[in-house]
Design a protein around this ligand. Structure first.
Ligand SMILES: *Cc1c(COP(=O)(O)O)cnc(C)c1O
Length: 459
């Protein structure tokens, strides 16, 4: 008999949601200049802005918080953190940081210089920014299957191996200080890479004697997809799959706000003692002493426990199935989404959702505003507001590559009835899609404008 896959936890402490009416939300979004980043989170009912640092901690993590030891140097919390990473990933040198981007900044500062090229299946935005900050260039080489949002392919997070070989040929191995793979591919829709592809990337790196690093933010989710979709691993424990991925790599960067199941934190890890020494020198300059790296002892303990829980398969099954549940029900209602559903988020395809709006009329912003007013749901536009370019001289607007709205799922936070509610609200907005108005930008900053821009509907 088929049984519903239930949340594998019960609730000990509750956080009330503030219920609001549509007319109240209309007023709130006007006051926020139609930018959901400028809303107060108390005015949001279901917050799907990000899965980063928004997860719920377990009883064991709260207990670990109390065990946290705040000694400046040599805290036992650090040794528990370090041994959790050794146990899961096997990298011998571990450097804690306050979050993922700090790990990136340190890694690229040590490894990259002007004129270098770093290939990646797709750089996350902070990863790209940190590569470019060293004056190296960030080369995205996702597999060809990833370009069509409607195509269903099991490993859309793969790297294009031919393009990687071509990059070595074009730039030479001296210009490529490392190759990186983002697991799962966040910018590409939370899509996984296969073990076969990761092996191929590692082999090309080995052939050129080039270090291979992993952006491991969602490595447990990626490993679970490998178990589900790659025959060879159908009976392999997820923890062992994670280790097998890490065995192919020279190190990683990690945001513990994702698969660390913690609210803050990160780390970098490596097999190279000389590199670890240089990383720790930089760490002391901006993050802190190498046994805390900008974190409290209690954060290190929460992460150590989170890394154990994140590879529990009941948790991962619930996680991947509940994201897929949202994606499948929206698809059944005719709502266009990026296929297949990713691990941590569903991406609504705003261009197909509202084909009467041109990219410069901001269909993603129109959709975000409508989801908020209709049901108090907060998603995020990943389209022209985020990635388009404004030329202040001519006033012209270059659209972004895709018009998406991401609904990211916080870990262990919402229940199935919350997800059912999201399905109802998105479906209702879809039924009334012809009414979505055009939007324009009324105020914007020169960098990362989506965070603070003001928008207005065009009457
Ligand atoms: C979130 C994220 C980062 C950056 O981590 P922060 O903790 O937000 O600094 C890097 N890479 C990927 C793939 C991410 O999702």
């Amino acid at each position: 008999m088929f049984k519903t896959i239930i949340e594998p936890f019960r609730i000990k402490s509750v956080e009330p949601l503030h219920m609001t009416t549509a007319s109240e939300r209309q007023k709130r979004i006007e006051d926020a200049d139609y930018n959901v980043f400028l809303l107060k989170s108390d005015d949001v009912i279901i917050d799907l802005l990000t899965d980063s640092g928004t997860g719920a901690m377990s009883t064991e993590q709260w207990a670990a918080i109390m065990r946290g030891d705040e000694s400046y140097a040599g805290s036992p919390s650090f040794y528990r953190f370090e041994s959790a990473i050794h146990d899961l990933m096997g990298f011998p040198f571990v450097v804690p940081t306050h979050q993922g981007r700090a790990a990136e900044r340190i890694l690229f500062s040590v490894m990259c210089k002007e004129g270098d090229v770093v290939p990646n299946n797709s750089h996350f935005d902070t990863t790209r920014a940190n590569v470019e900050f060293t004056k190296a260039s960030a080369l995205d080489i996702p597999c060809v299957e990833s370009h069509d949002t409607a195509a269903v392919y099991p490993f859309k997070g793969n790297m294009d191996i031919a393009a990687l070989k071509a990059a070595f040929k074009q730039h030479g191995r001296d210009k490529i200080p490392l190759v990186m793979m983002t697991l799962t591919n966040n910018s590409g829709g939370g899509q996984p890479a296969s073990m076969a592809n990761i092996r191929d990337v590692a082999a090309v790196c080995k052939e050129h004697n080039t270090p291979f690093y992993i952006d491991a933010c969602r490595i447990a989710e990626n490993a679970y997809f490998i178990k589900l979709r790659e025959k060879e691993f159908a009976n392999t424990p997820v923890k062992q799959i994670v280790r097998e991925i890490c065995n192919l790599a020279d190190g990683c960067t990690m945001s513990a706000k994702k698969d660390g199941l913690a609210n803050i934190g990160g780390f970098l890890a490596t097999r190279n003692p000389e590199l670890a020494r240089k990383e720790k020198e930089l760490l002391i300059l901006t993050e802190g002493f190498p046994t805390y790296g900008g974190l409290a002892g209690r954060d290190l303990d929460a992460i150590a426990q989170g890394l154990k829980e994140v590879v529990e398969e009941d948790y991962l099954n619930y996680r991947i199935v509940s994201t897929a549940y949202l994606g499948e029900h929206l698809t059944r209602a005719g709502v266009p989404i990026l296929q297949p559903p990713g691990g941590h988020a569903i991406y609504l395809d705003a261009a197909r959702f509202a084909p009467h709006l041109k990219p410069v009329e901001l269909p993603g912003i129109a959709l975000c505003v409508a989801l908020y007013v209709e049901g108090g749901i907060r998603g995020v536009e990943i389209g022209t507001a985020m990635f388009g370019r404004h030329d202040p001289k001519t006033g012209t607007e270059t659209p972004g590559p895709k018009e998406l709205v991401r609904l990211a799922m916080p870990r262990r936070v919402y229940t199935q009835s919350h997800v059912d509610y999201v399905i109802e609200v998105v479906s209702e907005v879809y039924r009334q899609r012809d009414k979505l108005p055009r939007y324009r930008i009324t105020e914007q900053a020169p960098f990362l404008r989506h965070f603070s821009a003001h928008f207005a509907p065009i009457k």
